[in-house]
Design a protein around this ligand. Structure first.
Ligand code: F3S
Length: 448
């Protein structure tokens, strides 16, 4: 194994030239580099830190952050935070107790002292000015953001932990191993999808199936581009392609440990390299239906819905607009949270969409999500969602029972307070054969 080479500057940071906080950070980065056989450190363009909720950190985590801040550690690159356990501005109104809210705000303050910007969102790539460029090295921790950055944007990041992302931010570097290296970005599995995908929830169901099959592998979707419109030049408003891809990536990362996928003729590395991206031993997977995934993510006995949760990963402007159009002029019977970044909430308010949703009785909630918020404290026992990642984690993290379905099914549940099965959707989501170069352009029938 090649030993990890350090520059003189990196060695000085490790020796404590810039104080104990930076020394601690360099120690973490280097330890990981040695464990994973990195030959060098690479500069990073940004860092994104997960594990921000006081629900997960607890008092010990809060004290650890305070100590690090007191040691003078400061982020050297743009560094952002994942959602915390509540909305900063309206925690009282939303029913959060003070003994949760106060330490939660102290956590954010500790990060702020270290130069971290409290974006409090899992979709930094939807925030104008925060979108990584192709080939940039990052140290991101939120798994759904990692997979989006690697796959859709062609940036390079491993699935960092919260402390290792913060350490990388403090030294402005990460160890170069795994997804930072070209050879580890080649596909381990070829996936053929032989069933229609009509709704973003279908992309979540597909992610559930493929994530479980590939684990931490790299899937190459041979014919998925047919179900996707072209990506817009500016992805920050979301839209059909972006929202489908963020849902797919989140599910792949939650049900497996996927950090990177390719779509033939569509995602940047696959569009450029084509089938040369496949490893010789790549295993073939055929997905010929989503029913099993829907059944696995639905607790059939749950009929009464306490909360409808939309926005995992955090909702884009386009998704908020869709919710507003659906509930405009209507009254909800149960709680609806559309979780999003504060910046997106403000943009949606400027369009009048937040007001429409809140007039119906829903809430566009910033800074948090239903997995990291203490739902049981709020008296929530059952939840409906269109997000496979929420369906994966909410039962174990939040102690709630889950219904999973399309956005329309979820919003119907918000209107009635009841979960109802709806008729199958039409095939209007078919965008026809993939339109970018290099796509295999297979028909669904061709799968069998
Ligand atoms: Fe984001 Fe929470 Fe889902 S952090 S990806 S909304 S579980």
């Amino acid at each position: 194994m090649t030993p990890l080479r350090l520059t003189d500057e990196e060695q000085a940071l490790l020796d404590g030239a810039e104080g104990p906080g930076v020394q601690r950070a360099m120690g973490i980065v280097i330890t990981l580099g040695r464990i994973y056989g990195a030959a060098e450190l690479v500069p990073i363009a940004s860092a994104h830190i997960s594990g921000v909720s006081y629900k997960n950190l607890g008092q010990a985590g809060l004290e650890f952050l305070h100590r690090w801040a007191e040691e003078g550690a400061q982020a050297r690159v743009d560094t952002w935070l994942n959602p915390m356990g509540m909305e900063a501005a309206r925690w009282r109104e939303l029913g959060f107790p003070a003994d949760f809210a106060e330490p939660q705000l102290a956590v954010v303050e500790a990060f702020r002292r270290m130069g971290v910007t409290p974006t409090l969102s899992c979709t930094p790539y939807l925030l104008p000015g925060h979108v990584p460029r192709r080939g940039q090295h990052l140290a991101w921790a939120e798994s759904s953001a990692v997979v989006f950055a690697n796959s859709v944007l062609g940036a390079r990041t491993n699935r960092e932990g919260g402390p290792s992302a913060l350490a990388a931010a403090i030294v402005g570097r990460t160890a170069s191993y795994s997804y930072h290296l070209e050879e580890n970005r080649r596909a381990t599995h070829v996936v053929e999808v032989c069933c229609p995908l009509h709704d973003p929830a279908d992309f979540g169901a597909l992610g559930q199936i493929v994530g479980q099959r590939v684990g931490d592998g790299v899937p190459y979707f041979a014919d998925l581009a047919r179900w996707l419109p072209p990506l817009p030049q500016d992805i920050t408003a979301g839209g059909e392609a972006v929202d489908r891809l963020k849902t797919l990536g989140a599910a792949l990362a939650a049900y497996g440990a996927v950090a990177l996928f390719h779509i033939a003729g569509y995602t940047p590395e696959a569009a450029e390299t084509g089938e040369a991206l496949l490893r010789a031993e790549a295993e073939r997977i055929v997905v010929d239906g989503l029913e099993e995934a829907y059944a696995a993510m639905n607790e059939a006995s749950v009929l009464e819905i306490d909360l409808v949760s939309i926005g995992c990963p955090h909702a884009s402007l386009a998704e908020i607009a869709q919710v507003a159009e659906f509930v405009r002029g209507r009254q909800l019977r149960t709680r609806l949270w559309v979780t999003t970044a504060r910046q997106t909430q403000e943009q949606a308010a400027a369009e009048g969409w937040v007001q429409v949703i809140e007039a119906a009785g829903g809430r566009v909630v910033a800074d948090t999500c239903t997995v990291v918020a203490p739902l049981q404290t709020l008296g929530i026992r059952s939840l409906a969602t269109n997000a496979a990642k929420t369906a994966c984690y909410a039962p174990s993290h939040s102690g709630v029972r889950v219904r999973f379905g399309s956005l329309e099914q979820c919003l119907e549940a918000a209107l009635t307070g009841q979960w109802k099965k709806t008729a199958p959707m039409t095939a209007s989501g078919d965008y026809g054969p993939a339109r970018r170069s290099g796509s295999p352009n297979r028909s669904i029938e061709g799968c069998r």
